[in-house]
Ligand binder design. Structure first.
Ligand code: C2E
Ligand code: CA
Ligand code: CA
Length: 723
């Protein structure tokens, strides 16, 4: 119905028949559609056919979304909700698409159609939508359209979930990806109950408070952009970007985009873990390269590095080296086997660690040699003392009790010793001095020690000439037979007489053994003794000559032949010869030493086990050894002081030896009380200063006479004569 308010052009209504509402709708310039709640087109007018290029039949009963450009197809349901809030909502801008695919911008107005009286209130609703082509309008923002189409094209194709929220905080749009990423039920989204949607979202997060905090912060600062990471309770991780949505420089809302980075994060975590594993492995490999595999202590290389670093430290910092070497470790290895040796080294390493601070370096340099590096220590002597003490506690290995002992050399940085090699050399010299001073102790380096080192090397060179120039002489010590009350055996003891000075065997025998010269010295002693004593031996076939033999000599395969040749050349009956060996000659034996001794015994030569009870002697092994006599070491004899004490170890040794068919000689008998005590234990022979020391061959007869005389004064000394 048209009415002119100005009157003059007023035309009366009756001049024209009143058109029907249908005709008006049909003739209207704007496209008009009726769309059911399920999106089906129920009605279109002619303008709609024209505008979209479809025939009526092609549209009716079809989904309305064919008419909307991509990016505008998902908002339909929301319009129903909008209408329930607001019967006359403002028009919306959208892009529509014609049958030929061309797009155009349009303005949509929409309203809810009243339902027929007959339909139940809850029945399906429908909506009238008018579309006006606004593409001819002056484009105020040419870029906008491009941006819009780009946006609409990308929105659905992107893997990101996108949510657009209006400035008023209402959800203005989402893409499908958003819905599926968050798993939001469609109807919940359509309900426009933003609080419920928010609740649904928050429920999935590990830290919902943080999420809310961010959202709140962004609403108070609409122009801000943000990026953060959301952790889901189910283990997923989303990246969240948010930027304002602006139209003509006006913030009209906010776009949130979410990207599922779970896979990327897992991959990253795997890489990080792999890198960490690799780093750990290489650290382990590196540690192994610097670690002594047996004890877990530092190795020589690492020690050298630490020492070099310590010496580069600030001037005045104390740097001390404690170099140590186990005493007689070879014997542990030889007697108990390498496994026991290893256990011993491990235990020693453990004890060393226990004696120092956690940061002090303890290294095994190889074999049974260890070193401790102390930096900034206030009292290195105290530490050295503690180490020596700590090793006195017995170690149990494979059921055997061992008492490790070590010799330790201590050297400290000083004005005249600043280099690593000088420090090490000094510690080494001090360690040797500790060994020479009787082992099982520590000594601090003193310059005089270098002097004795020089002497030691001089000794070794001098020893070479000693044999050739006849400086080795032999003394004889009588051994009295308690059963016969007479001296029937004498022991040959070597002496080195150099420039009128007599050097005791303790000083030169170890050097001779180290250099191998002991073979020549031993042969010399044997030949000299046989030659010098031949007349005395010839007087009585019961007389014997005992000669000491070093393990080094027995290592030579021709030892047995050599001995037999020597006796033969001197014209001495092999049955009058006794070889004194220590238990250590059997330690490393592969049967070869035993073989040689057996060969000699078959030729009538006797074998005595010298210094029994020292070192790592074992009564248990005794029966396997090819020996005839046991020589109880002086240290046991020295235990007898008053002669009234109970010494079960002594009686046990003697009983055991007798049980094995061996005779027993006690060494180092210095007092009558000792002699009587030992005779009381039924020791067959006695040797010691009580009777006589070692004398030259020329003084032997008087020494023997004196020995017999002394024996006669002993209580029980004459009993034997009556036997
Ligand atoms: P050994 O075989 O145990 O010899 C006994 C040592 O004890 C001798 O020392 C002897 O003088 C000493 N002695 C004897 N009676 C007593 C005593 O009542 N009290 C004390 N305190 N000591 C006594 P020596 O002659 O100095 O020999 C020391 C060691 O050197 C010998 O101990 C032996 O192991 C070794 N030795 C000596 N001569 C030779 C040799 O020709 N060859 C080898 N391989 N070693 C030898
Ligand atoms: Ca001996
Ligand atoms: Ca001895």
């Amino acid at each position: 119905m048209v009415a002119d308010v100005h009157g003059e052009s007023r035309v009366t209504a009756s001049a024209y028949p009143a058109p029907s509402p249908e005709a008006i709708l049909e003739a209207g310039p704007d496209a008009l559609l009726v769309v059911a709640e399920d999106g089906t087109i129920l009605m279109v007018n002619a303008a709609a056919e024209r505008m979209f290029g479809y025939s009526r039949d092609e549209l009716l009963g079809h989904d309305h979304r064919v008419l909307l450009a991509k990016g505008f197809r998902s908002g339909f349901h929301r319009l129903f909700f909008v209408l329930r809030e607001d019967a006359w909502p403002p028009p919306v801008e959208a892009y529509a698409v014609r049958r030929d695919g061309s797009e155009f911008q349009g303005e949509l107005t929409y309203s809810l159609l009243p339902q027929d009286a007959g339909t139940p209130a809850a029945g399906p609703a429908s909506m009238a939508v008018t579309i006006r082509d606004t593409s001819r309008r002056v484009q105020t923002d040419a870029g906008l359209r491009e941006a819009m189409s780009l946006l609409s094209a990308t929105l659905e194709s992107t893997a990101d979930g996108i949510l657009v929220v209006s400035a008023e905080g209402q959800i203005a749009g989402v893409n499908n990806q958003f819905v599926s990423m968050w798993g939001i039920p469609r109807n919940l989204l359509a309900s426009q109950n933003d609080e419920a949607v928010m609740g649904y979202v928050l429920d999935q997060l590990k830290d919902p408070a943080k999420f809310v905090e961010k959202v709140t912060a962004l609403y108070s600062d609409p122009a801000a952009e943000s990026h953060d990471v959301l952790d889901f309770r189910d283990g997923r991780t989303f990246e969240r970007y948010s930027r304002p949505q602006t139209v003509a420089n006006q913030v009209v809302g906010r776009v949130w985009s979410f990207r599922d980075v779970t896979a990327a994060r897992l991959a990253q975590e795997q890489i990080t873990k792999a890198m960490a594993d690799l780093a750990e492995q290489s650290a382990q490999l590196k540690a192994l390269a610097f670690q002594d595999p047996l004890t877990g202590l530092s190795n020589r290389q690492l020690f050298n590095d630490h020492l070099a670093a310590a010496l580069l430290g600030p001037y005045g910092t104390a740097v001390d080296l404690l170099l140590l070497d186990l005493d007689d470790f070879k014997e542990v290895n030889d007697i108990l086997g390498h496994h026991a040796g290893d256990q011993m080294l491990i235990e020693v390493g453990r004890r060393l660690r226990g004696c120092v601070r956690p940061n002090d370096v303890v290294a095994r340099l190889g074999g049974d040699e260890f070193v401790v590096l102390l930096v900034g220590s206030l009292d290195p002597d105290e530490v050295a003392g503690r180490i020596v003490e700590s090793l006195k506690v017995p170690v149990w290995i494979d059921g055997t009790m061992l008492r490790p002992s070590l010799s330790l050399g201590l050297a400290s940085i000083s004005d005249d010793a600043v280099g690593a090699s000088e420090l090490l050399r000094r510690a080494d010299v001090a360690m040797y001095a500790a060994k020479a001073a009787g082992k099982n102790r520590y000594l601090r380096f003193r310059p005089e020690m270098l002097q004795s080192l020089v002497q030691r090397t001089e000794l070794e060179t001098g020893l070479r000439l000693a044999v050739d120039s006849g400086q080795i002489t032999v003394l004889y010590q009588p051994i009295i037979s308690a059963t016969l009350g007479a001296v029937v055996t004498v022991e040959a003891l070597a002496r080195w007489v150099r420039d009128g000075e007599t050097i005791p065997p303790e000083r030169f025998i170890p050097a001779a053994e180290r250099s191998g010269l002991i073979v020549e010295i031993g042969t010399e002693v044997l030949l000299k003794a046989c030659t010098e004593l031949k007349p005395w031996l010839a007087e009585d076939s019961a007389r014997r000559l005992a000669v000491n033999v070093s393990g080094v000599q027995l290592q030579h395969g021709d030892f047995a032949e050599l001995v037999q040749a020597a006796t033969a050349s001197c014209g001495v009956d092999p049955r009058q010869l006794i070889l004194e060996v220590t238990e250590s000659v059997f330690f490393d034996d592969d049967g070869h030493v035993i073989q040689q001794l057996n060969a000699l015994r078959n030729a009538g030569v006797g074998v005595a086990l010298d210094d029994f009870g020292t070192g790592y002697s074992s009564l248990g092994r005794l029966q396997e050894l090819p020996v005839d006599t046991l020589k109880i070491d002086q240290s046991f004899t020295a235990m007898i002081q008053t002669g009234t004490e109970k010494l079960p170890i002594l009686s046990c040794m003697v009983t055991m030896a007798h049980g094995l068919g061996l005779t027993v000689t006690a060494e180092g008998v210095e007092t009558a009380a000792q002699a009587e005590y030992l005779m009381g234990l039924d020791c067959e022979s006695l040797q010691g200063f009580l009777f006589s020391g070692a004398e030259a061959q020329s003084a032997l007869n008087s020494a023997i006479a004196r020995s017999t005389e002394v024996f006669g004064t002993l209580r029980g000394g004459r009993v034997s004569e009556t036997r």
